[in-house]
Ligand binder design. Sequence first.
Ligand SMILES: C[S@@+](CC[C@H](N)C(=O)[O-])C[C@H]1O[C@@H](n2cnc3c(N)ncnc32)[C@H](O)[C@@H]1O
Length: 336
Amino acid sequence: MAKKERDDGDEDGYETVDTEYYNIEPSLGDLLIKFVENNKEEIFRGFFMRISDNWIDYELIDTADGERLERWGDVTLIRPDPQIIWKNEGESPKWASAHARYIRSSSGGGSWDYRRKLPESWHISYGSLRFMVKPTGFKHTGLFPEQAVNWDYCGDIIRAVGRPVNVLNLFAYTGGATLACAAAGASVCHCDAVKGMVDWARTNAKLSGLDDKPIRWIVDDANKFIRREIRRGTKYDGVILDPPSYGRGTNGEMWKLEDSIYGLMEDITSLLSDKPLFVLLNSYTTGLSASVMSYLLQMTVGKRFPIEVMSEEIGLPVKQTGLSLPCGSTAVVKFL
Ligand SMILES: C[S@@+](CC[C@H](N)C(=O)[O-])C[C@H]1O[C@@H](n2cnc3c(N)ncnc32)[C@H](O)[C@@H]1O
């Protein structure tokens, strides 16, 4: 039998012991070294972050001093992002030629400072999907480009499964995920409390040549709509949710992420079909952590189905530095 010496703290110093009890499995340090070697690229770019790096029409050019410099088609915009707590000494010269910059007001909100002429709205593409973008009064442009990694994820599953798929997209905004699922062949129910957002999503469906696809456009409060769907007995194979930290339903119903999400996930669990494909919950940097979402999904969806939850940060590549900007986290439920 192999023998090994160890320091057991005895006054006598070293004694000989059986390796049956000591050191026969790789140590945590060895495992960690192996893990780092196998995942060097991910670790360099941002620790296990899923990155939306298939964009052509959108680019995050640089980040510095609380702001992002982004290209949306031919237009470059500067927008505030409070998590950008660093400076960038070798910053891009493109900051100086941006078309517009969103400036926060000390009394809340903010406004755009237009430095060069730009159209009221314009179009950008992501693969076969086409979107109208414009600078809105609340710094948004009508797209969260980091979400593309989730659009691809859902689209790939729907294409691969080879059967009819019914998807619910809640807090659906301008419809990125709705269009990705519809383009992959799913029937989609798109729900958002703001009519203007649903209209914008319909415009995007038309621009993408998807306006004849089976998409139900619903202007309603998420909670209310879900309860109605439960009463009707509707079932979904996939659910996508991108809830804000705070929001309002169509009749002013208060949505507060921490208070509302558990009950909503319980209701969504009962809406899932017998053979669900995915549940995807996203949260922005100010919302829930990846591990809180993972726990929450295990406590709701995981009580009805055997599942595995993959919960990671999502982000965007920054051209100037080669690093990745975290833009929140997404928890994805895989059904076993
Ligand atoms: C953060 S955005 C979603 C981003 C989008 N899914 C994307 O990836 O591009 C949140 C959306 O939730 C909607 N919303 C807020 N409160 C709501 C509520 N109570 N019921 C339904 N939708 C709500 C807002 O109108 C907004 O469009």
